[in-house]
Design a protein. Structure first.
Length: 167
């Protein structure tokens, strides 16, 4: 499965738009079955992004670009990174629950270990990640994404800078 619709990119970060990401998740779910490894969806939110927005649009944009680059460099070729209203989403087909948790933790550590260069100097960034898995071809992309968003919200409520799996 390849994502090739180049006009469906976020103009700031160059990653997929939320709509394109949703279509990719739907296609990944349609291609799996109950005996195959699940599709994983990660919802990634930058902790304290509102604080960076108070420093101005240039700083906020630098943080978004830096995190997008960091996430993009940390995923596989068949995964798709996209922007969402709540940060970033990543569709990662064919992962077990343990692999999904490991991938989410690696991405969280990758963001933490790479301060973002801004006009105000380097900024340390953390993120909260929620993830959900399904190998049910009848599950809607919206439901899988919604479950990951709920898990991400739980990660934020527990103080951020953590990974939580959907229950």
């Amino acid at each position: 499965m390849r994502f090739s619709d180049s006009n469906k990119q976020d103009p700031l970060t160059g990653v997929a738009t939320e709509a394109a990401l949703g279509r990719y998740v739907a296609a990944a779910l349609e291609n799996c079955d109950r005996g195959s490894p699940p599709v994983c969806f990660l919802q990634v939110d930058i902790d304290g992004l509102a604080t960076h927005e108070e420093s101005g649009a240039a700083v906020r944009d630098a943080v978004l670009l830096g995190v997008a680059d960091c996430l993009r460099e940390g995923i596989r070729g068949l995964d798709l990174l996209g922007r969402s209203a709540e940060g970033f989403g990543i569709c990662m087909p064919e992962l077990t629950a343990a692999q999904a948790r490991g991938a989410a933790q690696r991405l969280r550590f990758r963001v933490l270990a790479n301060p973002v260069a801004t006009a105000r100097g380097p900024i340390n960034v953390t993120c909260s990640i929620g993830f959900a898995l399904s190998n049910d071809p009848q599950m809607s992309a919206a439901l899988l994404i919604g479950r990951a968003r709920e898990a991400r919200h739980a990660a934020q409520c527990e103080g951020g800078d953590r990974v939580i799996a959907a229950g």
